[in-house]
Design a protein around this ligand. Structure first.
Ligand SMILES: *[C@@H]1O[C@H](CO)[C@@H](O)[C@H](O)[C@H]1NC(C)=O
Ligand SMILES: *[C@@H]1O[C@H](CO)[C@@H](O)[C@H](O)[C@H]1NC(C)=O
Ligand SMILES: *[C@@H]1O[C@H](CO)[C@@H](O)[C@H](O)[C@H]1NC(C)=O
Ligand SMILES: *[C@@H]1O[C@H](CO)[C@@H](O)[C@H](O)[C@H]1NC(C)=O
Ligand SMILES: *[C@@H]1O[C@H](CO)[C@@H](O)[C@H](O)[C@H]1NC(C)=O
Ligand SMILES: *[C@@H]1O[C@H](CO)[C@@H](O)[C@H](O)[C@H]1NC(C)=O
Ligand SMILES: *[C@@H]1O[C@H](CO)[C@@H](O)[C@H](O)[C@H]1NC(C)=O
Ligand SMILES: *[C@@H]1O[C@H](CO)[C@@H](O)[C@H](O)[C@H]1NC(C)=O
Ligand SMILES: [Cu+2]
Length: 584
């Protein structure tokens, strides 16, 4: 890893006075290593430069970040997404495979090159099919010499929380999206981690203030997080400064971040536990012996004991909906373009369980969507050319967009939009059903903004943002299982403006990744350049269930067969189960 000279050699005080922005360069060689963070199982894990945990990316507001990514995995493609960064003017650096780039093939290399004008707590992770939980995820911190909260703390400490699996995603995904799992039960993590380990000691000094930058970089589980004996003052969520708000416990979905200020005690008489506890409501079947908790300690005195955490009777976390952004940006009260996404889970003709927006499950297009925009001239504004399975919406430059999301599923889902932070103008309680506009009278005037937000079971959320960032931006659930099962939509924001920014400017390493993987870079979602409305040959999802099969039926059938054959193993099951998928 090479860091620019200026950030190594200059003392911090001098650095802050520099007017010129720095360039921060990271050379990342991505490869398999072995790791055993919970002490139970050593497993192949994706590391960088031969190490895991992978390094944090650290920059200062205004810097240019360059990541030279070399894929030495040998058996998987990869890509990197810089979660929460707007990539304003650099949509091609956003990272999702099949959306803004081709996957970096094994043996290939690829340069990410962009500037960051947003301070805050972010993270970076693979955005290639189901891959980041195998280890390719780490913090990305953008410092701010002008932070409005800089007088509130003396020092800062980064803490990551995550869930962890003993098995690799490749195999877990094959079992998850399978006729063997018609109910769509997600694999339950084997353990929870803090800073990619457990029992972490965090040395602190008495009578000081610390900014804890807390990141949930898990695959699936949200975590309740609390520090015994200390209150938190929330000052940032997902890169947005907030008015300080006190909390005893926070709830962090996968991909969310909080910065909290903690004031230490004046005495060093005792050390204090802090805990991350995975939200088990998300888990369909809880395995015997699962420990959902990970513990660490605020250590005032190494010689004193590290007490076991006290049991918390009820989880009563802070409700983020009431947070107020420090800049007091007012609600976008005039909506130009409202779109509705109805979420459901259901089975398709292969018997497996999928996730849907408006009855369509996402399938990656043959041509990365950005390349479709850049190669289709005026037809780039026609949603049809982006395919039948991408849940695409074409947005006009600078319009105020509203996303109404109705969760017709009993699960909790954290939704993330690339390229923006959104205003969260409404969020229902559990079981509220679909959103009705008449309930909109009491919107907050300065709504919370963030880039990842929870929708409650069978509830709804309403999000707003201004389409002031030309690009192809995904909107998706950040549970990695649900990305794989299709809970993804594509926002094609100001496609003609995007052409003006990027046509002819896609760097050589990006195009080379496509050549090496035989991926077309022109035409519609099917790669057709002659008739853009002809989608023949595009990637589509399996067809619907055969006539006479209801989703409920297949679940019942599967469970009764599983029960009957329990103990006889999978062979009997395979022999019995195949259902002919109907092609559409
Ligand atoms: C952390 O401590 C607990 C309790 O002593 C122990 O069960 C667990 O194995 C430890 N984790 C690691 C990674 O050492
Ligand atoms: C890729 O290689 C790793 C490390 O050798 C191995 O553990 C893993 O099973 C391989 N994945 C696939 C999909 O073959
Ligand atoms: C990064 O992008 C800037 C601006 O386009 C360019 O001047 C610079 O040469 C690029 N650096 C690399 C390493 O690609
Ligand atoms: C946790 O990990 C981050 C980087 O990933 C590191 O900066 C930080 O110092 C670690 N925290 C502690 C208390 O070790
Ligand atoms: C620590 O001592 C300072 C100075 O006497 C006082 O202002 C502060 O409230 C004390 N902090 C705590 C947590 O008791
Ligand atoms: C995890 O923490 C919760 C909350 O304190 C507690 O109820 C539960 O017993 C803990 N579980 C384990 C296995 O320690
Ligand atoms: C992107 O940049 C344009 C032009 O500087 C600015 O007007 C817009 O607000 C920016 N959008 C975002 C999301 O940063
Ligand atoms: C672009 O759209 C126009 C109008 O719908 C259509 O006539 C034309 O054939 C399209 N171009 C291509 C290459 O498909
Ligand atoms: Cu989800």
């Amino acid at each position: 890893m090479a860091i620019s000279l200026s950030s190594i050699l200059l003392p911090v005080s001098l650095l802050l006075t520099l007017v010129d922005a720095a360039t921060v360069t990271y050379d990342f060689d991505i490869s398999w290593v072995y790791a055993n963070p919970d002490g139970v199982q050593n497993r192949p894990t994706i590391g960088i430069n031969g190490k895991w945990p992978i390094p944090p990316i650290i920059a200062t507001k205004g810097d240019r970040i360059i990541v030279n990514a070399m894929n030495s995995l040998g058996n998987e493609s990869t890509s990197l997404h810089f979660h929460g960064l707007y990539q304003n003017g650099t949509n091609h650096m956003d990272g999702p495979e099949s959306v803004t780039q081709c996957g970096i093939p094994a043996g290939g290399s690829f340069t990410y090159n962009f500037t960051v004008d947003q301070p805050g707590t972010y993270w970076y992770h693979s955005h290639t099919h189901g891959q980041y939980p195998d280890g390719l995820r780490g913090p990305l911190i953008v410092h701010d010499p002008d932070s409005p909260h800089k007088d509130l703390y003396d020092e800062e400490i980064v803490l990551t929380f995550s869930d962890w699996y003993h098995d690799l995603m490749h195999g877990l995904l094959a079992d998850f999206i399978s006729i063997k799992n018609p109910g769509g039960a997600e694999p339950v993590p084997n353990s929870a981690l803090v800073n990619d380990t457990q029992n972490l000691t965090v040395s602190i000094q008495p009578g000081k203030t610390y900014l804890f930058r807390i990141i949930n970089m898990g695959a699936f589980a949200a975590q309740y997080v609390w520090f015994e004996g200390h209150t938190m003052k929330i000052v940032e969520v997902d890169g947005i400064y907030t008015e300080p708000a006190e909390a005893n416990m926070i709830y962090m979905t996968a991909a969310q971040r909080y910065s909290v200020v903690i004031t230490t005690k004046n005495s060093t008489d005792a050390n204090f536990a802090f805990v991350g506890s995975m939200d088990q409501d998300l888990f369909d079947n809880i395995p015997d012996g699962l420990n959902p908790n990970v513990t660490g300690w605020l250590v005032y005195d190494e010689k004193k004991e590290k007490p076991a955490p006290k049991e918390v009777e009820a989880f009563e976390p802070f409700d983020d909906f009431g947070l107020v952004p420090q800049d007091k940006e007012g609600i976008y009260d005039k909506v130009d373009h409202s779109l509705t996404l109805n979420l459901k889970m259901d089975n398709l003709g292969d018997g497996a369980n999928y996730a849907f927006f408006n009855d369509v499950t996402y399938m990656p297009p043959k041509v990365p969507t950005l390349y479709t925009t850049l190669s289709t001239g005026p037809n780039a504004t026609d949603p049809t050319i982006y395919g039948s399975n991408t849940n695409q919406f074409v947005l006009e430059a600078n319009e105020v967009v509203e996303i109404v999301l109705n969760n017709d599923d009993p699960g909790k889902h954290p939704f993330h939009l690339h390229g923006h932070a959104f205003q969260v103008v409404s969020r229902s309680e559990d079981e509220a059903g679909a959103y009705t506009p008449s309930s909109s009278t009491s919107f907050p005037q300065t709504p919370m903004r963030r880039d990842t937000v929870l929708v409650h079971p069978n509830g709804n959320i309403v999000l707003r943002f201004k389409a002031d960032n030309p690009g192809v931006w995904l909107f998706h659930c950040h549970i990695e299982w649900h990305v794989a099962s299709g809970l993804v939509a594509t926002m094609i924001e100001d496609p003609l403006g995007l052409q003006r920014q990027l046509s002819g400017k896609i760097p050589e390493s990006h195009l080379q990744a496509c050549k090496d993987s035989n991926t077309p870079t022109e035409g519609n979602a099917a790669g057709n350049t002659v008739n853009l409305l002809d989608l023949k040959g595009e990637n589509t999802s399996p067809g619907p269930l055969p006539a006479g099969f209801t989703a409920r039926g297949i679940v019942a059938l599967a469970f009764s067969i599983l029960a009957a054959f329990l103990g006889m193993g999978i062979i009997a099951w395979y022999g019995f189960a195949p259902i002919k998928a109907k092609t559409r």
